[in-house]
Write a protein that binds this ligand. Structure first.
Ligand code: PMP
Length: 440
């Protein structure tokens, strides 16, 4: 037993797998066994492992200026270049960018930005945030209250009421639809529920609605067509901001640059990024807001003084240099269109797994997908034990996938994956499910 307290782990379980190195889409354990990293680590290593160009950029930045903070008027070129680059890319109007170190702290920053904005505009009654069932937005005290997964929410006395967190339906048609309900009727019903919630709470008390364009941690849920346009229409009606958490879906994951592009989310007022922003070579996150939100904060400065929020590592020069180079490589190497093309292939190959009776639903978009396992298709009874065993069988066969939402297997490989490697991934995944079934 080491002294490590492991995150998101059964603390009584023993350490199982120790990685020694990585190369491309593969990682190797201490014994030298190779695994296809079908989850890009934790949905984050877009460029895979051992990208020499990125490593050299990081080394160079460490040599040149290994640290500079950005408090109180200090700055440096990498942070300026990265903010300007992001502002030019995102669908947020007149975007401004605040940097942090993780998806969780970026979401906390967003909550504080909303509260700061409300405070300086004399609107402190407008502070509530609508999140959704099955949402994952991080685990800090505030972001953890936006997360809806039981394991992350229970036992921590999350300040749900103090933060004004409200929960609405998750758009999972396969699990959420009533018997015989069409997709359109399902969308109309759950967005109707959203409007009822807004009216019951008082629209003037609600600041924002947060959503992962495609949810990751809760099982890779792709909402039915028409869901986001219907949500947007309701939010517009009541002046509630759309906040897109693109920590997983940002930068090519869904086959477009942003999940918002894939999901017809036209103009979010706020966006959250982390993970693939630097391909996980260096921790960095970004909280992006519209100019309309930012301007009153600047205008209030004469009276308010400093904007008193910031992390030591906000805009860390090495992290910014890593992110800038990552974005340059994504663009230069055509990885967004590559992800779209290989992603279509992955989705088509995953669909073949429906030949297995216990595969209840295959879903995904671009290079993110999930296979939901059930006891039988009619009852849709979750086959969680089977999913656990299949995940282990995959690992035994040299494939890393993630068991999510109890009975689903998620895949989210590095964007640089080739078609042949997609074949390896899906073949090994299918074999793992068959092996787990045979061992029953
Ligand atoms: N938002 C989303 C959508 C995420 O998937 C995650 C992490 N899986 C987070 C926020 C939190 O990011 P981090 O773990 O870097 O704090």
């Amino acid at each position: 037993m080491s002294a490590v307290i492991y995150p998101t782990t059964n603390l009584a379980a023993t350490e199982q797998l120790s990685f020694a190195r990585g190369e491309g889409v593969y990682v190797y354990d201490q014994q030298g066994k190779q695994y296809l990293e079908g989850m890009a680590g934790l949905w984050c290593t877009g460029l895979g492992y051992g990208n020499q160009e990125l490593i050299e950029t990081i080394e160079q930045q460490l040599q040149t200026l290994s640290f500079s903070h950005t408090f109180g008027g200090k700055t440096h070129q990498p942070v300026i270049d990265l903010a300007d680059k992001l502002a030019a890319m995102v669908p947020v109007k007149d975007a401004m960018v605040f940097f942090g170190n993780s998806g969780s702290d970026a979401n906390d920053t967003h909550i504080k930005l909303l509260r700061y904005h409300a405070d300086i505009t004399g609107n402190t009654g407008r502070y509530k945030i609508i999140t959704r069932e099955r949402a994952y937005h991080g685990v800090t005290v505030a972001a953890g209250a936006l997360t809806s997964l039981p394991a992350n929410l229970a036992h921590f006395q999350a300040p749900i009421e103090a933060l004004g967190i409200l929960r609405t339906d998750h758009p999972h048609y396969y699990r959420g639809a009533l018997p015989g309900e069409s997709e359109a009727d399902f969308v109309a019903r759950i967005t109707g529920n959203l409007e009822q919630l807004i009216l019951a709470e008082g629209p003037e008390t609600i600041a924002a609605f947060i959503a992962e364009p495609i949810t990751g941690a809760s099982g890779v849920i792709v909402p039915p067509a028409g869901y986001y346009p219907a949500v947007q229409a309701i939010l517009d009606k009541y002046g509630i901001l759309f906040w897109a958490d693109e920590v997983i879906t940002g930068f090519g994951r869904t086959g477009d640059v942003f999940g918002c592009d894939s999901m017809q989310i036209k103009q979010p007022a706020m966006m959250t990024f982390a993970k693939q922003l630097s391909s996980a070579y260096y921790p960095i996150s970004a909280a992006v807001i519209s100019g309309e939100l930012y301007e009153p904060m600047v205008a209030a400065s004469a009276e308010v003084g400093i904007f008193g929020h910031g992390y030591t590592y906000s805009g860390h020069p090495v992290a910014c240099a890593a992110a800038l180079k990552t974005l340059e490589i994504y663009e230069r190497d055509g990885l967004y269109s590559h992800a779209a093309e290989v992603g279509d292939y992955l989705e088509a190959r995953l669909q073949e797994l429906t030949a297995i009776e216990q595969v209840g639903e295959v879903r995904g978009r671009g290079l993110i997908g999930a296979v939901e396992l059930v006891e039988d298709r009619a009852s849709k009874t979750p086959a969680s034990d089977l999913a656990k065993r299949a995940t282990q069988a995959a690992q035994d066969n040299g494939l890393i996938v993630r068991n999510v939402a109890g009975n689903a297997l998620a895949v989210c490989p590095p964007l640089v994956i080739t078609r042949a490697q997609v074949d390896e991934l899906v073949d090994k995944l299918g074999n793992a499910i068959e092996q787990a079934l045979a061992a029953r």
